[in-house]
Design a protein around this ligand. Structure first.
Ligand code: DX5
Ligand code: ZN
Length: 224
């Protein structure tokens, strides 16, 4: 963990960018390098155009690390799958505002499963839509790319929104995580932290770095 101003910044490596032929080893490399949690991107080819992984992959990596496994559900009708992901070993379940007509019900279903809950908003979604749910969640995730693919460019326009969500959290739910996801590298990480983020998801910049996972994570931490 790195202390930036008065906030503790956490890294959440996204295994979407890992080498899937040695996924377990990659999770353990991130763990040894001091990751605070592992980010698991679930895509259904419907809510987002891409298809990634499901509960079986989560179950396979569960015994390999004690780190919290954070599951980012980029799927339609997330309620149908909450129990499956909880049973497969998720510690927290993050659901999109945009994919859910009954977000309050979903968030409370996650709590009833004994898991931490998070709400996610896309780049074009305004910060104010989370106002009525922020008190109920453990995390707000501001997408800094359009969800669906790794390796995209950080959308700078989201920085103002990160600041607005920071203000809302400080006022309404101090202690709630403010996470950012998409295009986080050594250039964008300090901007996101300065804007108010305290958890950084990073896929490509950690797992595609030729120097290895530990060096990539150290390089990120050196920027804030
Ligand atoms: C995008 C996913 C991200 C993705 C980030 O839809 O939610 O978690 O893995 O990848 P990078 O860090 O490569 O942008
Ligand atoms: Zn994600």
């Amino acid at each position: 963990m790195t202390q930036a101003t008065n906030r503790t910044i956490k890294l959440a490596p996204s295994i979407l960018a890992a080498d899937f032929s040695r996924l377990g080893a990659q999770v353990q490399e991130a763990d040894r390098a001091g990751a605070e949690r592992i980010h698991v991107d679930v895509m259904d080819g419907h809510f987002v155009p891409n298809i990634s992984m499901g509960p079986l992959v989560l179950k396979a990596i569960r015994p390999l690390t004690k780190l919290p496994l954070e599951v980012h559900l980029m799927i339609s009708e997330p309620d149908r799958y909450l129990e499956d992901f909880a049973r497969a070993g998720a510690d927290s379940l993050l659901v999109h505002y945009e994919g859910d007509f009954h977000l309050h019900r979903t968030i409370h279903a996650i709590k009833d499963l004994g898991k931490k809950s998070g709400v996610v908003i896309n780049p074009a979604t305004a910060a104010c839509v989370i106002e009525e749910i922020v008190a109920d969640v453990d995390l707000v995730l501001v997408m800094t790319v359009n969800p669906g693919f790794g390796g995209q460019k950080f959308i700078r326009n989201t920085l103002g929104k990160i600041g607005r969500v920071r203000e809302m959290i400080d006022k309404m739910k101090p202690g709630c995580d403010l996470e950012v996801d998409g295009g986080i590298d050594t250039t964008s990480a300090p901007l996101a932290v300065k804007a108010g983020a305290d958890v950084l998801v990073a896929g490509s910049s950690i797992f595609h770095d030729q120097r290895g996972v530990a060096a990539a994570m150290a390089a990120l931490r050196a920027t804030f």
